[in-house]
Write a protein that binds this ligand. Structure first.
Ligand code: F6P
Length: 548
């Protein structure tokens, strides 16, 4: 048994769960006219309503106690001050330094990291200005019209999600493209429509060893040289973002054209670093700075506010409540704003690569659940696809509903219909439809007797399904920055309670190692025999049928 599950705060929550598990949110709202005011807060321009959760004031008190017991405040201070809390890689975790507007020093290994952070930011600003203004010219003297970001995971999802979310701020002349997968279709179809004279490639990789990225970058370089006929022109069309200057130089990109970041920035937390270069070019350095500013505001809130008023703390603890006490396995993110349609995919990596762990900080296997499966799409599409299971299925799936009040340039009645659905869904998940209501409805429709009896059980909605609601005025760089930082810190809160390292990702390594070995098998003629029967069989089936 771990110390966590034996701890007083955990035990108190277990007892409390037994007492409250049958309680209905409908009753909670009926019995407390101030529930909404008590269980909602605003920070960084984000209004957060958590009143539609299966919690009472006592639940929240016990959850805050759990956070205190886990030493959360000390862990927060350690992270922000540059302590090496990523213990397996012996690294600090300082994405917050990249948006630190305080100008206070942040020390790593006796060195203040802020001067180099600011120098790279300056370089990003200058470069993005040049590309946007048309001063940066391609090899035939034309301005850049297309940017292709080649990267994967954190070197793709962050910039991709932000550029799409804030596309109304995008530069009119510039079109963004993102290439991540190695299956070839993406790079080939992207290159097909591009003009090499006006295309800039950003090769983004923290390690600069990621096979998918390097393969795509080589294909892009080959395509470019085939068209330009001049290796020297590469300097005008390829830049790199990485922590690995040596590998960048070996690839053939002048390190003058490299934008640096550091090993204390985790890949999935890296959009605030030079990995955000495509964001700065597309949106402009002021909007990029605003994005960082929004995250900084959330950092300040997270560090400074008591747990009782602390948005990431509350959100993280609510997740713990459902995962560890109600047994929820997944968490749905449902944005009601088309611009945020890649936000769930972004959060998937952020959360699942961070808290998908079964070993605690002391190296012991945990005896409690950790990170949930995070999933989602735009909410309105979800309503017509998977919401059925959420309303009437047998699993409890907590949901984050996210919406913006203003949608500039969208004609009515679109927004009103969208928002009516948004509010209706959280209401439906909370209140459900009980037997009496179903019968009254059927009576009204003239369905009675046996026909009514047959239908009633199918039409009952249990309700009592928890949702958080996040509302913001408008999707601006600042609000988006605050929203992303909110989730980053939520994940940290949960990792702290679970006593795991949220900042390594060893689980992605095995597949990479095996793929390298299998690559050799695929190119070696004859039967492959070095694996288990299934893997051998599949490889041999592939080899027999692959075109030569
Ligand atoms: O394999 C997982 C991973 O290492 C992620 O953590 C990372 O975001 C992604 O691959 C890309 O890595 P890199 O930026 O080093 O190419």
């Amino acid at each position: 048994m771990s110390t966590l599950t034996q701890s007083p705060a955990w035990k108190a929550l277990e007892d409390h769960y037994q007492a409250i598990k049958g309680a209905s949110m409908r009753d909670m709202f009926a019995n407390d006219p101030h529930r909404f005011e008590k269980f909602s807060i605003e920070s960084g321009g984000l209004f957060f309503d958590f009143s539609k959760n299966r919690v009472t004031e006592e639940t929240m008190r016990l959850l805050f106690e759990l956070a205190r017991q886990s030493g959360l405040q000390e862990r927060i201070n350690n992270m922000f001050s540059g302590e090496k809390i990523n213990i397996t890689e012996k690294r600090a975790v300082l994405h917050s330094a990249l948006r630190n507007l305080d100008k206070n020093p942040i020390m790593v290994d006796g060195e203040d990291v802020m001067p180099k952070v600011n120098a790279v930011k300056e370089k990003i600003g200058e470069f993005s200005d040049k590309v946007r203004s048309g001063e940066w010219l391609g090899y035939t003297g034309k301005a850049i019209t297309d940017i292709v970001n080649i990267g994967i995971g954190g070197s793709d999802l962050g910039p991709l999600m932000v550029c799409q979310a804030l596309k109304q701020y995008g530069h009119a002349r510039i079109t963004m493209h993102f290439v991540s997968t190695v299956d070839g279709d993406q790079i080939v179809s992207t290159l097909k429509d591009l003009n090499p004279e006006t295309t800039l490639f950003i090769v983004a990789s923290k390690t600069f060893t990621t096979q998918e990225t390097i393969t795509n970058a080589k294909t892009a370089r080959k395509w470019f040289v085939a068209h330009s006929g001049d290796e020297k022109a590469i300097a005008k069309h390829f830049v790199a973002v990485s922590t690995n200057a040596k590998a960048v130089a070996e690839f053939g990109i002048d390190t003058e054209n490299m934008f640096e970041f550091w090993d204390w920035v985790g890949g999935r937390y890296s959009l605030w670093s030079a990995i955000g270069l495509p964001i700065a070019i597309y949106l402009g350095k002021h909007n990029y700075q605003d994005l960082l500013h929004g995250a900084y505001t959330m950092d300040q809130h997270f560090q400074g506010k008591p747990f009782e008023q602390n948005l990431p703390v509350i959100m993280g603890l609510l997740g713990v409540w459902y995962i560890n006490f109600f047994g929820a396995k997944t968490h749905l993110v449902s944005p009601y704003n088309q611009c945020l349609y890649r936000f769930p995919a972004y959060l998937q990596q952020l959360d699942m690569e961070s808290n998908g762990k079964t070993v605690d900080l002391n190296g012991n296997r945990v005896d409690y659940a950790t990170g949930p499966v995070v999933w989602g799409d735009t909410g309105i599409n979800g309503q017509h696809a998977y919401y059925q299971l959420l309303h009437q299925g047998s699993q409890l799936v907590p949901i984050d509903f996210i919406a913006t009040i203003e949608h500039p340039e969208i004609p009515e009645p679109h927004n009103t219909i969208l928002m009516a659905n948004f509010f209706a869904q959280t209401e439906a998940f909370m209140r459900g439809k009980n037997e009496a209501e179903v019968r009254a409805e059927l009576d009204k429709m003239g369905i009675s007797g046996e026909a009514q009896e047959a239908l009633v059980p199918h039409k009952i909605f249990e309700g009592n399904r928890p949702t958080n609601t996040i509302l913001m005025q408008r999707l601006t760089p600042r609000r988006l920055g605050a929203l992303i930082a909110l989730y980053e810190h939520k994940i940290f809160v949960q990792g702290t309670v679970w006593n795991i390292n949220s900042y390594d990702q060893w689980g992605v390594e095995l597949g990479k190692q095996l793929a390298r070995a299998i690559e050799g098998d695929l190119t070696t003629p004859g039967l492959t025999t070095g694996h288990d029967a299934s893997t051998n069989g599949l490889i041999n089936y592939y080899k027999r049928n692959a075109p030569r």
